[in-house]
Design a protein around this ligand. Structure first.
Ligand code: GLN
Length: 537
């Protein structure tokens, strides 16, 4: 029998439900359970793939090519597993499926209603996770905040599941926020009480309350919450804002969350939790470390969530080398106007991450040029590889009119052009080259030496590619094609021959970086940055 843990959010959004689910997943995995985590998103989009990063933050891509919520990045990084498309469900997907079935005549003249048709489809998709990922415990996070109109069908489906599969197989965890009133210097529990009342009014009584706060939540407050929200005292778990998200599993451990959850589920841990590796990670996080300064030149930098996995991958690679990375964010439109250029030239490493559309593109090309001319280690991620190629064409080969057809349809030298299979595609949703594809490496290259294998599988999300018409010319001038699709048709990695580390990849290595297993390209980049900073050996 699969056990289910349902997580809801109360009081305000952004209380860290995603990290909470991921960290609890780790607590359970460390006790020997096979866990999977699913996110239910109440919005009507089929997936976040078509949403602006300003709206939604990063789009996290899975092995199977599904474009998902950034919380799936937390899940994968914390439980160190590869999730699948069944792990992110949206209202849009549910309705789209139900309406397709209705049009096919599957409902035999019935009236299609939220209950039972929509709720049944939600339950079916929740139950799909354990089958597909062979999970013994499935954690299900409901996006949004209790009280939102949009999330009601999801909550109703969870309520039904609890009565259908039994209380002993489900735990409801409510993650809430305790506001701090400066004038009286106290934390307030009233919004939590209201939010629990709201949950109760739809038939759900939480078993565990996670009390998020910027301040310590002492026992008197825990017992007050326990009393008013009708949960046991040890089921009120305080979670003060942590200085690093990777602390959260150990905070839960110290506060007994794993024990409380297993007790509710009637499970015995398979072995004592093993936190050795995790403690090593935290020790590395909190120790004094020499610093490398990494400039990230992006177009969505006002919202740091837009580059969540890039930031994490930089941190993983730095930590394992005993370094601390200070990321300095540059807006590509500022670089375009010359603002910040001088400072960027002093960085130990430069990253140009992925992106879409022409705004700020010239600033990104400039960033690649700065890295090339000043021998600054450079890592180009997807669009970052494409601008590296554009810089090379313009300033090494000396052709002014070099561009990607994404930014200039009529450019004389379309060195980056639409993938052939993308021609004629009109729909924007889910139609890019998505997910894992193999990449064969040149063993005598930087890429070959950092990966230490002949072939890798990497996650992709793009429509445009290096235009092979230019391969010979670019190669003669010193751009190495060090990674390609096994049939040799698609360029996957380019690097500059005469540079300490200037590597661009058409895929997104940041999605595969894990705290204990940094991605080889990020490790190689950080290593080169530390040499540039004069602290590496
Ligand atoms: N816009 C580019 C393309 O579609 C790059 C995409 C990306 O950076 N993910 O190919």
């Amino acid at each position: 029998m699969t056990k289910y843990i349902f997580l809801t959010g109360g009081v305000v959004s952004s209380v860290g439900k995603g990290v909470t689910a991921a960290a609890l997943g780790r607590c359970l995995k460390n006790r020997g359970f096979r866990v999977a985590i699913q996110k239910l998103d109440p919005y009507i989009n089929v997936d976040p793939g078509t949403m602006s990063p300003y709206q939604h933050g990063e789009v996290f891509v899975l092995d199977d090519g599904s474009e998902t919520d950034l919380d799936l990045g937390h899940y994968e990084r914390f439980i160190d597993a590869s999730l699948s498309k069944v792990c992110n469900v949206t209202t849009g997907q549910i309705y789209s499926d139900v309406i397709t079935q209705e049009r096919r005549g599957d409902y035999l003249g019935g009236t299609i209603q939220v209950i039972p048709h929509i709720t049944n489809e939600i339950k079916r998709r929740i139950q799909q996770v354990s089958r597909e990922l062979q999970a013994e415990i499935v954690l299900v996070e409901v996006g949004g905040t209790v009280g939102d109109i949009e999330s009601l069908p999801f909550l109703e489906a969870l309520r039904q599941m609890r009565s259908e599969i039994g209380r002993e197989n489900t735990v409801f965890i409510h993650v809430t926020w305790l506001p701090y009133i400066g004038a009286t210097g106290e934390l307030k529990t009233k919004p939590t009480q209201h939010s629990v009342r709201e949950l109760r009014s739809i038939g759900i009584s939480p078993d565990v309350i996670i009390a998020r706060s910027d301040y310590s939540v002492e026992d008197d407050l825990r017992s007050k919450i326990a009393l008013f929200c009708d949960v046991e005292m040890d089921a009120v778990i305080p979670l003060k804002t942590a200085s690093a998200i990777y602390e959260v599993p150990l905070i839960f451990e110290e506060n007994g969350l794993g024990r409380v959850v297993l007790r509710r589920l009637g499970l015995k841990e398979k072995h004592a939790p093993d936190w050795k590796e995790w403690r090593r990670l935290l020790k590395a996080i909190h120790s004094e470390k020499p610093e490398v300064r990494i400039g990230v030149v992006g177009k969505y930098i006002e919202l740091k969530d837009a580059y969540m996995s890039v930031r994490e991958a930089v941190n993983h690679a730095s930590l394992t080398q005993g370094l601390s990375a200070k990321i300095i964010w540059y807006h590509s439109t500022d670089i375009e106007k010359g603002k910040g250029v001088e400072e960027l030239e002093t960085m130990d490493g430069i990253i140009v991450p992925g992106g879409f559309g022409s705004r700020g593109i010239e600033g990104k090309v400039t960033a690649a040029k700065i890295a090339r001319e000043n021998s600054i280690p450079y890592l180009g991620l997807c669009l970052g590889m494409q601008v590296q190629v554009i810089d090379f064409g313009r300033f090494v080969l000396g052709n002014d009119d070099v561009n990607s057809t994404e930014f200039d349809r009529n450019t004389k030298h379309p060195v980056i052009d639409l993938l052939p299979e993308q021609r004629g595609i009109g729909d924007l949703g889910g139609t890019m080259r998505l997910g894992l594809y193999p990449c064969k490496l040149d063993p005598d290259s930087i890429a070959g030496s950092v990966y230490e294998v002949d072939e890798v599988q990497e996650r992709h999300r793009h429509r445009f590619e290096f235009n092979n018409t230019y391969r010979e010319q670019f190669s003669k001038a010193g751009l190495r094609f060090s990674g390609q699709s096994p049939d040799g048709k698609l360029v996957e990695i380019v690097e500059l021959a005469d540079h300490p580390f200037m590597v661009g990849c058409q895929f997104h290595p940041e999605f595969l970086s894990r705290p204990q297993r940094p991605h080889p390209l990020f490790s190689g980049f950080i290593k080169a940055a530390s040499l540039k900073a004069g602290i590496g050996s």
